[in-house]
Structures are given as C-alpha cells and as structure tokens.
Ligand binder design. Structure first.
Ligand code: DAH
Length: 338
C-alpha cells in the first residue's frame, strides 16, 4: 500500500478516536475543524494531490472522498448524541421562562362582604349567622309578616316542605339573634338568600344580603342614618350622599328605602342610575314593636334599627359589573380580574 494511503488510514483512526472522546459541542466542533476544515488535515492532503504519482491519484481521490463522508457522518451522529444527552440529563436551563401555577383568590362577592364586615366592625357591630334553611315562623311570623303577604307565596319563595323554606332574606338572623340573647345587640349578618326569580342581568335566584340590627335603650332613626352614611363613605368614598325615602316593611315602623348618590356619574345621571343620579340600595327602619314582642324583648324598654343591604348590588357598583349572573357562573376568565 502506498505511503499516502497508510497516512490516510492513520488520520482516520486519529479522527475516529477524537470524535469519540469529544464530550461537548465545542470539543466536537474543534475536531471537525481540525480534520474537515479549510485548513484541516484532509484539506492538506488534497492540496498535495497534484504532486502524486498519476497512477495512484484515482484511488487516493476516492479514498479521500470516502473519508470525508465517513467523518462527516460520525460527527453528525455524535452531535445528535450530545444533544440528546443534554436533554435526557436533568439539566436545568435558567433561561427558560417559568411555569406559573394558577392561584385561586377570594370571590368578588366575598371580598365585598369582607369589606362590609370590616366597616361595620369599626362601628361596633359583630357578625352573626343563621341557617339558609329556616322555618316560616322565623322568616315571616316573627317578622310581623301577614299571612297573605306576597313574599310567603310559593311562586316567590322556595319551600322545602310546609313551614320550611330557603330563606328569602337574612332578616331571619335578627330574629334568631334576639331570641338567643338579651339586649343590647349590635350585629350584621352577611349570607346567602334564595328567591324564585328568573335570572336576568339584575336578578339571580341565589344572592347575598347583609342584615344589620342595633337594639338598645334609646336607639334612634338618626343613629340608623349615621351608620348607613358612614358605611356609604367608607365603601365608596367621602363624596357619596345618602337619601332615605318613606317605605313600608312589616318588620319596621317607620320604614324607609335608602339610596346612594351614583358613584359612576357622580350624581349627574347616567345609564347605571337611569339618569336619576341615585341608586337604590335596600330597606331599613326602626324595629317594629311586634317583632320585639315575638322574640321576647320589651318594646317599652328598648328601641332599635334594622337594615338590609344587597351584597351583590354593592359588589356590582364597586367593581362596575353590569350583570349579576357573572357572579354565579364561576368563569375563571371573569373571576381572575378581581
Ligand atoms: N328583608 C328586606 C328584603 O329582603 C330588606 C330589609 C328591609 C331588611 C328593611 C331590614 C329592614 O332589616 O329593616 O328586601
């Protein structure tokens, strides 16, 4: 065998072992460069091709091409192996973006209820609760509601069986609290209520109310106004105005409905307040002596005020939500915003 072919054989052996030993991409690149590069060993042999004995040239030529091809293949193979080693090993790439796990948060209704509790706690109220399912006595009789009152109607209220129903208001909790403890009483009661209403943008068969009750000697309507005004300012800012309109509830006398000045338009009139500048919030009044009698309080000794408040309504105004149903659909894309 000619000298040159032996030399190529040596180069091949060297190159094979260098490729084998390369244990990262840079080392492999260096091997490729020193054998196959423009100034590499094979290029050097090619450059001397013209000086070779013409008889041997074809054999050397084809051997040279074959060697280039072999080394190229070996290098490509090794590069693939190096990549997959990198991937299969537990290599931590600090440059990859992190994976965020979704974190839950408090529902906007509960955030609002929390804030309401916080505000009323500041005024000396504590939180009382009662069952969602309650008796007709607690829901209506003790609250001085006449037998033929429409709220008792099967079409308005979900009855479980005769005399037992899903409460349509949290006023049940004022009755239960007074039955369980002596005056003075100063409680609020946020909770879920149920009415047989078809769902639309402002109605949901399930909703939340927050009842308030303050009973002591010489509690006045002025105290009631003070508490509601304080609440309105704490919740929506110092510029909010409150107005009371005469109304009727069986469980309070006198009774009122109360409105907040529209915080969307500042009272100038907009779509939300139907151009009136006012938003109806709920009802309130002085506890009716009949309610005191029903729970065993002496109406000659104590007076008190009570109020309702729609948690949904306050939430919708607070976060500018136009449709109450959004609060009950549990669509994460909606809930994520709060
Ligand atoms: N229970 C009434 C309702 O569901 C709200 C309400 C009005 C509660 C007047 C009260 C009150 O305590 O005094 O519409």
């Amino acid at each position: 065998m000619s000298e040159i072919l032996t030399f190529l054989k040596t180069i091949e052996e060297e190159a094979r072992s260098a490729i084998e030993k390369a244990d990262d991409k840079t080392a492999l690149d260096n091997v490729a460069y020193s054998y196959l590069g423009r100034k590499g060993k094979l290029a050097e042999v090619s450059r001397g091709f013209g000086k070779l004995d013409p008889g041997i040239r074809p054999r050397v030529g084809s051997r040279l091409n074959e060697l280039k091809k072999t080394l190229n293949e070996l290098i490509t193979q090794k590069a693939g192996a190096l990549t997959s080693v990198l991937e299969s090993k537990d290599v931590f790439d600090y440059t990859l973006p992190g994976k965020r796990s979704p974190v839950g948060r408090r529902h906007p209704l509960m955030q609002t209820a929390d804030r309401m509790v916080q505000i009323f706690r500041g005024m000396g109220f504590s939180v009382a609760t009662g069952p969602d399912i309650d008796t007709e006595f607690i829901n209506f009789d003790a609250l001085n509601t006449p037998e033929d009152h429409p709220a008792r109607d099967l079409s308005d209220t979900f009855y479980i069986k005769k005399g037992i129903l899903l409460r349509p208001h949290t006023s049940t909790v004022q009755v239960r609290t007074m039955m369980a403890q002596k005056p003075p009483v100063r409680i609020i009661s946020p909770g879920r209520c149920y009415r047989s209403d078809a769902p639309d943008a402002s109605h949901s068969p399930v909703f939340y109310q927050c009842e308030g009750l303050y009973v002591d000697e010489r509690v006045t309507f002025g105290d009631l106004k003070g508490a509601i005004i304080q609440f309105a300012r704490d919740m929506f800012g110092p510029g909010i105005k409150v107005r009371f309109r005469p109304h009727f509830f069986p469980f309070t006398e006198p009774s009122a409905e109360y409105d907040f000045s529209c915080m969307i338009c500042g009272g100038n009139g907009c779509r939300v307040c139907k151009n009136s500048g006012w938003l109806e919030i709920s009802g309130a009044g002085m506890v009716d002596p009949e309610v005191f009698r029903a729970v065993g309080y002496d109406p000659g000794k104590v007076t008190g005020y009570a109020f309702g408040m729609g948690v949904d309504r306050i939430t919708m105004l607070r976060y500018r939500i136009g449709d109450i149903r959004l609060l009950y659909e549990n669509d994460v894309r909606f809930l994520r915003q709060f």
